[in-house]
Structure formats: C-alpha cells, structure tokens
Design a protein. Structure first.
Length: 129
C-alpha cells in the first residue's frame, strides 16, 4: 500500500485486499479499527504503534514485524508488517509504503513443528536409559 502524509491509502494492491478484506482508506480510522496483536506477546497494538503510524510520525522504518490480525472481514491471520517513509526532495515525509505478507501457514507449521519437537524431547528425556 501507499499512503499520503495523513496515512490515507492512495494505492492498495490485490494482495493487501486479500489480507485485510475491505480496506479502510482513511489512516486514523484504519489504525483505530484494525485489530492487531504482537505475535510474541499477544499484546494489542495501539493506534500509534502500527508501523505506518510510526513511519509517518517519527520517520522510523520498520521491517518484518510479526503480527496476528483479525482482518476487517473477521478472518484471523499472521502477517509480516513492514513500512518505510516516502520523502520529497527536501527530505520531508510525504507518505509511507506499507508491505504486508500473509505468513499464517508458515507460522502455524513452525509452531506445530516446535510442539512436536518439545513432545519428542519430553519422551526421550522420560525414557529410562
């Protein structure tokens, strides 16, 4: 997605729409209504903590943040979220680029493998030698 300085979406590709469902165009409304949780802690993401909000307010580039979301159609997914500022010739922030990748299946597979490894380790550790 590409946003303007206010965070309003100017351009969203088909992949963004597959991830988020009906895309909310206005930045402040999108950040307030988007349901996201830091994958590692489960802590909700505050309006000001979304990568694109930080980019626009602080110029902070953010790469590959792992986030669990409930999209605007109610589907739960895990995404990698990245964002970077768009600057004009004077270096002022005029917008943001947002890249989301749906990594739901990969993360589920990794978590299932981790559980299987833990169970296997438990069985080996419990077996008399």
């Amino acid at each position: 997605m590409v946003t303007d300085r206010a965070g309003d979406i100017l351009l969203a590709n088909a992949a963004s729409k597959r991830i988020w469902g009906d895309v909310i165009v206005f930045g402040s409304e999108r950040w307030a209504q988007s349901k996201g949780f830091w994958h590692d802690s489960g802590k909700p993401i505050a309006k000001a903590d979304w990568a694109s909000a930080r980019v626009l307010s602080e110029g902070q580039t953010s790469l590959n943040e792992l986030i669990d979301i409930e999209n605007h159609d109610g589907q739960k997914k895990t995404i990698q979220n990245s964002s970077a500022p768009i600057r004009n010739a004077e270096g002022l922030i005029v917008g943001a680029i947002v890249v989301n990748e749906d990594v739901t299946e990969r993360v589920r597979a990794e978590e299932a493998l981790r559980i299987a490894e833990d169970n296997h380790r438990f069985v080996l550790d419990s077996t008399p030698r």
